[in-house]
Design a protein around this ligand. Structure first.
Ligand code: P5A
Length: 450
């Protein structure tokens, strides 16, 4: 993309309404625009990152054997009357009436709708196990929408639902989700720690939240610092293997890590004092096993191998896709702007032309742009007639991890400069070498977005 033809409405001033750094940078980098409290338009740069995160979530869900689909945002109230949640959900549910006078709602989650789909089409254990998911907009009329996309009213969520014959199979689905989530967050450059939590209006006994540690997080968390040493890393796993998934679950959840809702001071005190941590975290996902709560209320049953008809065991599993943008920025920024991890960056690198209009500099930039694009990479070329300082400030603010700087002086010696946004380190090299280096960095990482 050439910046002169893009829509990147960056702001110099710090917007006064933004209290936390991710919200400030998302506004300043022209990623989002607030349309109403907790409701945002995703401007091109924000949309690009949102799509990348969505793609990573899809890849990891499908890798785990979960099946993508799409349900609507508007739901009939009657489904929620069947589960009893229409009244229970309270003020957070946005209720609307259509022209026929029928009660509808903007879905805050989809347990009822997916259970209805399941009961319409599945009747035998032979169709199990089954996990369906979608990535769709949700609406929760939060009392205090704040911090930009972190606590929105309209937000983008991946929500998956497992259907199993037995509790044991459903607990395997729970473990499988935990493993797939660990992989997902690590690919986004994040450490998200599973913590025992409270199930709230979704229900059930078994639930873990995934928390990214950050001072600006809304949840208070208590944990054994040893959990921060755990990494899923590059290991491979057979998602059908119950013992393997249970092993990972055990590894990542046996140390003390809880949110304030389930915190137990006595248990916490058993952690060696030097490893006890009290901090804050951003909840970027949650998994639930709730047994037959919805299947029983809504008649979602299957015939087992013994001919007996029983309600299916279910769980639901969510990732806050739009919230993740905020969480990633909270975890990765400096005083100049965002620093995107390579796995989610909106453009793979920036190209800064120090002297737009100089025949050689323009030609070198065009050549770099073409070579990178031909390799399937997505550079952002700042081809505007602007001062170098302004161009650098924009690149630093929007946070592309790599920048190639091209100027007449360097070109005389046959070199351009490759700069890391994270370390600020610059190295001079031939343009072809810079292309080679960028291609190397993104090898195996490139997720195609918009
Ligand atoms: C699990 C999937 C559920 O709704 N039903 C379907 C279950 N869980 S949850 O924990 O309530 O939400 C899942 C994730 O969505 C994000 N989230 C939000 N993001 C932005 N703004 C909000 N107001 C908001 N509310 C929830 C969180 O990341 C949460 O973990």
């Amino acid at each position: 993309m050439r910046l002169s033809r893009y829509f990147l409405p960056v702001m110099k001033e710090t917007p006064s309404e933004a209290q936390i750094v991710s919200h400030r940078y998302m506004l300043r980098a022209g990623m989002i625009k607030q349309n109403a409290a907790g409701i945002y338009s995703w401007l091109p740069l924000g949309f690009k990152v949102l799509r990348k995160l969505e793609n990573i979530v899809h890849e990891e869900q499908m890798r785990a054997g979960h099946i993508p689909m799409l349900m609507p945002t508007l739901q009939p109230a009657d489904l929620w009357r069947e589960s009893g949640r229409y009244d229970d959900y309270g003020e957070e549910m946005l209720r609307v009436t259509d022209r026929q006078g029928r009660d509808m709602l903007y879905g805050p989650t989809n347990e009822e709708m997916i259970t209805d789909i399941f009961r319409s089409h599945v009747g035998s254990y032979k169709d199990l196990p089954l996990t369906l998911y979608h990535i769709q907009w949700k609406f929760r009329d939060e009392m205090r929408p704040r911090f930009g996309v972190m606590r929105g009213r309209e937000f983008f969520m991946k929500d998956g639902y497992n259907f199993d014959l037995t509790k044991e199979d459903a607990l395997h689905a729970y473990n499988r989700h935990l493993v797939s989530y660990l992989r997902t967050y690590e690919r986004m450059g994040l450490q998200a720690i599973p913590m025992r939590a409270d199930s709230g209006p979704i229900g059930g006994d078994d639930t873990h939240e995934f928390l990214v540690l950050a001072e600006t997080g809304e949840s208070e968390v208590f944990y054994d610092s040893a959990v921060t040493d755990l990494k899923f890393g590059t290991r491979t796993i057979d998602y059908d293997n119950h013992a393997a998934c249970a092993g990972i679950m055990e590894e990542f959840t046996s140390k003390y890590a809880r949110t304030d809702e389930t915190h137990d001071e006595a248990l916490f005190n058993e952690v060696p004092e030097e490893r006890r941590r009290v901090a804050r975290g951003i909840e970027v996902g949650q998994i639930f096993y709730f047994g037959t709560k919805y299947s029983e209320a809504m008649g979602a049953t299957v015939q087992g191998p013994d001919g007996k008809v029983t309600p299916v065991h279910m769980g639901s599993h969510g990732i806050g896709v739009s919230r993740l943008l905020g969480a990633i920025i909270e975890a990765s920024h400096d005083d100049k702007g965002i620093i995107w991890p390579e796995g989610v960056t909106p453009f793979h690198c920036g190209i800064v032309n120090l002297k737009q209009g100089d025949v050689e500099a323009d030609a070198a930039c065009e050549a770099l742009y073409d070579s990178l694009t031909a390799l399937g990479l997505d550079p952002l070329y700042d081809d505007r007639k602007e001062r170098a300082g302004g161009k650098f400030a924009t690149m630093d603010l929007i946070g592309l991890p790599w920048r190639i700087t091209v100027g007449p002086r360097g070109l005389k010696n046959g070199v351009v400069e490759l700069t890391s946004r994270r370390t600020g380190e610059s190295v001079e090299m031939a343009p072809e070498q810079a292309v080679e280096k960028i291609a190397q960095i993104y090898k195996g990482l490139t997720v195609h977005g918009i």
